[in-house]
Design a protein. Structure first.
Length: 193
């Protein structure tokens, strides 16, 4: 996984066999992906090939109701419609996961490119069960760990582990970071090693 220039952690994920890069979002609980038909309607045919995060291609008709609007802290908003499929997280395949497909965005995608989102936040999203709730019972716990580290190239790297942590990923003692809010997983990070 890599960290974008704006310090957003992007994770690699396979959705129904399609490779995506998705924002690891602790401010939202929604799991959603950019729908190719919608995105290329506002841009141009083949635009998904240039979109860093990738687009989801439906093998059967999609884009149905109900549509749920999700507003983000950066003043963007997306509207998503329900879909279900198979995810590959790391080396693990998970069948029957519900997610959303982006069918609208404010501002429009020609002004701000859309992103895919792996929502790990605690605030529920209407009409959607969070990924962590869907994985409940398959994971040892509903906790997750985000590890950030520097890279010789200067580009920071990170890793997200769902269901716990990995003591081999840090130098003891582990320091917990205080949350800025009890309603959201927001933290302030000054540096990383």
């Amino acid at each position: 996984q890599s960290v974008s220039p704006h310090y957003a952690l992007l994770g690699d994920i396979l959705v129904d066999g399609q490779r995506m890069h998705a924002l690891i979002d602790t401010g939202s609980s929604a799991l959603y992906f950019t729908w190719r038909d919608w995105y290329e309607r506002f841009t141009f045919k083949g635009a998904c090939d240039w979109l860093e995060t990738g687009c989801y291609v439906c093998s059967t008709p999609c884009g149905s109701d109900p549509v749920t609007r999700i507003s983000h802290a950066d003043q963007t908003a997306v509207s998503i419609s329900p879909r279900g499929g198979k995810l590959r997280l790391g080396s693990t395949d998970v069948d029957s996961i519900a997610f959303g497909l982006v069918v609208a965005q404010d501002p429009l995608p020609d002004l701000i490119p859309p992103v895919n989102s792996i929502g790990l936040g605690i605030i529920p999203t209407s009409n959607y069960q969070s990924l962590m709730d869907q994985l409940r019972g398959r994971l040892g716990s509903t906790t997750f760990a985000i590890y950030l580290k520097s890279n010789p190239s200067g580009r920071p790297l990170g890793e997200v582990i769902l269901g716990g942590g990995d003591p081999g990923k840090y130098v003891p003692p582990l320091r917990y970071v205080q949350l800025r809010s009890q309603q959201e997983y927001l933290v302030t990070i000054g540096t990383y090693q």
